[in-house]
Design a protein around this ligand. Structure first.
Ligand SMILES: Cc1ncc(COP(=O)(O)O)c(C=O)c1O
Length: 363
């Protein structure tokens, strides 16, 4: 499945939303363009999100929309991106985009970046003179690490590349520039015949995959690296922690040594794109029995049942697109720019765990 040159496309039959939300308006996919001299292209000045919308019996439902948009706003704040979008406006725009897409399930990609004022351009590193642009696109994205991966697991390696150090590039912010580090990890893994790479932090402890958080099961206990191991505070990671609480499985945030990966009973990745993907080997050493472990399967089943709306989530994790739109107070709830200030029934976030995550970042 993973070709040695890594050139296989990750969207084989792309179903892409015809519209892109741009600064409050819906434009055509073909018109969503930037100038080649845009600041973002040269200096990596973007922050973004990745959100999944699932097909449920009650129509498309966006998973933990509010929490994703909150992280989006936090990333913008860290990079001093002084925009005027509110949480509710961004959530409403995403709901509307999914409705307009006609897709039952999709991946939603909000992005905010430093653009170019073509009349009065600025070319230096200083980002402040450049205008900001905000877009949200959507497409149908299959299983990120391959169709079989969810059941059979993936073969991964420990990368020779380290994750970002906390005071060089903040891993807490989901910035485009961070993904140059992810690309080094991913390319090395693919070229060596692995599906993914796991990066260590600057102290040599396990950090995360190029686009996923990692969990380890050892002696019936679920362990995951803390935020101080230079990880992105994953929304799926938070969901796994809460699901473990519900299932009565002990879960702890702990620094994890590389060697502990080799002797773990089970390992799995968590992420919006990767969802819950078991890891069956690391550096060609078989993990546990070499497939999806029992605890991983329990957590994975609960996760997928929740995303399908078939099991009660620990919080209001699903924003049902139809319900969110019909609960709008005004005629259509959106002004002429496609922006709504309607509080459209998105879930209450799992504050305790997310707050705990933020506190841990200072550990
Ligand atoms: C580097 C990295 N770590 C972790 C994750 C998982 O985060 P989430 O579960 O919020 O998608 C992602 C995906 O967004 C990622 O790119």
């Amino acid at each position: 499945m993973f070709h040695k040159d890594g050139k296989a496309k990750d969207v084989s039959t792309p179903r892409i939303c015809d519209f892109v939300w741009h600064d409050g308006e819906f434009i055509k996919w073909s018109e969503a363009r930037v100038h080649v001299m845009s600041h973002v292209l040269h200096y990596g000045s973007s922050i973004f999100e990745g959100i999944r919308c699932y097909d449920t019996k009650s129509g498309p439902a966006i998973f933990r929309l509010k929490e994703h948009m909150r992280r989006f706003l936090n990333s913008a704040k860290i990079y001093r991106m002084d925009h005027s979008w509110t949480l509710d406006q961004l959530c409403a725009a995403s709901v509307e985009l999914v409705a307009k897409s006609g897709l039952n399930q999709c991946y939603i990609r909000p992005i905010l970046f430093r653009s170019l004022d073509e009349e009065r351009p600025a070319f230096g590193v200083n980002p402040f003179p450049n205008p900001l642009a905000c877009y949200i696109g959507a497409w149908d994205w299959g299983k990120y690490l391959g169709d079989e991966a969810i059941e059979k697991g993936v073969d991964v390696c420990v990368s020779t590349w380290n994750r970002l150090t906390p005071n060089s590039m903040p891993a807490m912010a989901k910035s485009g520039a961070n993904y140059m580090n992810s690309q080094l990890i991913k390319m090395e893994a693919l070229l060596n015949g692995f599906a993914e790479g796991i990066a260590l932090d600057d102290r040599g402890y396990v950090s995360e995959g190029s686009g996923e958080n990692i969990f380890m099961v050892s002696g019936g206990i679920v362990l995951t690296p803390p935020l101080s191991s230079s990880i992105l505070p994953g929304i799926t990671r938070d969901s796994v922690i809460q699901i473990c609480h519900e299932l009565g499985i002990t879960v702890k945030e702990r620094s994890i040594q590389r060697a502990a990966l080799y002797v773990a009973d089970e390992l799995f990745f968590s992420g919006t794109a990767a969802e819950i993907t078991p890891i069956r080997s690391v550096d060609r050493i078989t993990v546990g029995a070499g497939g999806r472990g029992e605890i991983t399967e329990r957590i994975q089943s609960a996760f997928f049942e929740i995303t399908k709306g078939e099991r009660k989530a620990p919080g209001d994790w699903l924003t049902y697109v139809k319900r969110a739109r019909s609960s709008r107070p005004s005629e259509n709830g959106y002004d002429e720019k496609g922006v709504s200030d309607v509080d459209h029934t998105v879930s209450q976030p799992a504050e305790p765990v997310l707050k705990y995550q933020a506190a841990n970042a200072t550990e």
